[in-house]
Design a protein around this ligand. Structure first.
Ligand SMILES: NC(=O)c1ccc[n+]([C@@H]2O[C@H](COP(=O)([O-])OP(=O)(O)OC[C@H]3O[C@@H](n4cnc5c(N)ncnc54)[C@H](O)[C@@H]3O)[C@@H](O)[C@H]2O)c1
Length: 261
C-alpha cells in the first residue's frame, strides 16, 4: 500500500546519500510522494540534484535557512510547483569546537549561529511557507535524545535540539486550527557528515547495539519509514509529538549488567 500517493513534500537537509533526509526522501518516493528538495550552497548542489533525479526528478532549490532573502527566493521558486502537503526539516549546524569540551566554554557567536540554523530555522521555514502549506499538511523535524538527556559531547547540539523540540510543540498548537500537524523524530545515532563532528561518535555507535532493547543501530531507511507514517493519513491525530526511532535506547535507565563497553 502506498501511503503518500498524490502528496507533494518539500525535503530539506539532503547533503549526500548518507543524509537522514536522503533516507526519508527515498521512502517517501517509494510511497508515491512527489518531492521537491532544498540544498545549502553550491558544494552539495550536484549531489542533491543526482538524488532528486533518482527520486522522481522534482525541483531542486537553493535555500540557506540563516538568510531571509534565501528563504524568500526558495518560496518564490517553489510557487510554480504548487502547494505542499508535507515539509521535512532535517537541518542542523554546530561548530565542531562546541561538540566536545565544556558547555561553559561555548562562545556567544557559536551559540547564536547554532540556535539560528538548528532551531529557529524551523520557525523560519514555517513562516516562509505557511501560505504554501495546505491545510492538513505535515511538518516533521529531526531531533536527538541529547535534547532532554545528557549525552556527553553532544553539548550545544543538545541545547539547540531542546529548543527545536519546544518549537515543534508551539508550532503544533499554532497550526492545529488548520489541521497542520508538527512532529519530531528522535533518531538514534547514524554516521553522517554532521554526526561525525560529535566527539566520540564512533563509540556511541558501538554502545547502542549492546544496550538498546533491539540490540542494533538504526538506518536512514528506518527513519524514512517512520517519516512516511507520520506524514501519512495514518497519523492524522498525532501532533506535537517526539517519536523515537532508536531501537528503544531512550527507555534504558541503566546498562544491562553483562555489557562490557
Ligand atoms: N546522524 C545522527 O546521528 C542524527 C541523530 C538524530 C538527529 N539528527 C538530525 O538529523 C538532521 C540531519 O542531519 P544528518 O545526520 O542527516 O547530517 P547531514 O550533514 O547529512 O545533514 C545536515 C544538513 O543540514 C544542512 N544545513 C546546515 N546548515 C544549513 C543552512 N544554513 N541552511 C540550510 N541547510 C543547512 C546541511 O546542508 C545538511 O544537508 C539534523 O537535524 C541532525 O541534527 C541526526
Amino acid at each position: 500500500m502506498k501511503l503518500l500517493e498524490g502528496k507533494r513534500i518539500l525535503v530539506t537537509g539532503v547533503a549526500n546519500r548518507w543524509s537522514i533526509a536522503a533516507g526519508i526522501a527515498r521512502k517517501m518516493h517509494e510511497h508515491g510522494a512527489q518531492l521537491a528538495f532544498t540544498y545549502q550552497g553550491e558544494r552539495v548542489k550536484a549531489s542533491v540534484e543526482e538524488i532528486a533525479a533518482e527520486l522522481g526528478g522534482g525541483p531542486v532549490i537553493e535555500c540557506d535557512v540563516s538568510s531571509d532573502a534565501s528563504l524568500a527566493a526558495m518560496r518564490d521558486a517553489l510557487a510554480a510547483h504548487g502547494k505542499l502537503d508535507g515539509l521535512v526539516h532535517s537541518i542542523a549546524f554546530v561548530d565542531k569546537a562546541s561538540l566536545s569540551g565544556k558547555v561553559y566554554e561555548i562562545p556567544r557567536d557559536g551559540f547564536k549561529l547554532s540556535m539560528d540554523v538548528s532551531s529557529y530555522s524551523l520557525i523560519a521555514l514555517v513562516q516562509t511557507l505557511r501560505e504554501t502549506l495546505n491545510d492538513g499538511a505535515s511538518v516533521l523535524a529531526m531531533t536527538y535524545l541529547g535534547a532532554t538527556q545528557i549525552v556527553p559531547n553532544y553539548n550545544l547540539a543538545g541545547i539547540a535540539k531542546a529548543a527545536l523540540e519546544s518549537i515543534v510543540r508551539y508550532l503544533a498548537f499554532d497550526l492545529g486550527e488548520r489541521g497542520i500537524r508538527v512532529n519530531a523524530i528522535s533518531a538514534g545515532p547514524i554516521k553522517t557528515a554532521s554526526s561525525r563532528q560529535v566527539g566520540g561518535f564512533s563509540k556511541i555507535l558501538e554502545i547502542v547495539p549492546k544496550v538498546a532493547p533491539l540490540k542494533r543501530n538504526i538506518t536512514i531507511e528506518d527513519v524514512g519509514n517512520v517519516a512516511v507514517y507520520l506524514t501519512s493519513a495514518l497519523a492524522s491525530t498525532i501532533t506535537a509529538d517526539v517519536h523515537f526511532v532508536d531501537a528503544g535506547y531512550h527507555a534504558m535507565g541503566m546498562y544491562p549488567p553483562d555489557v562490557t563497553l
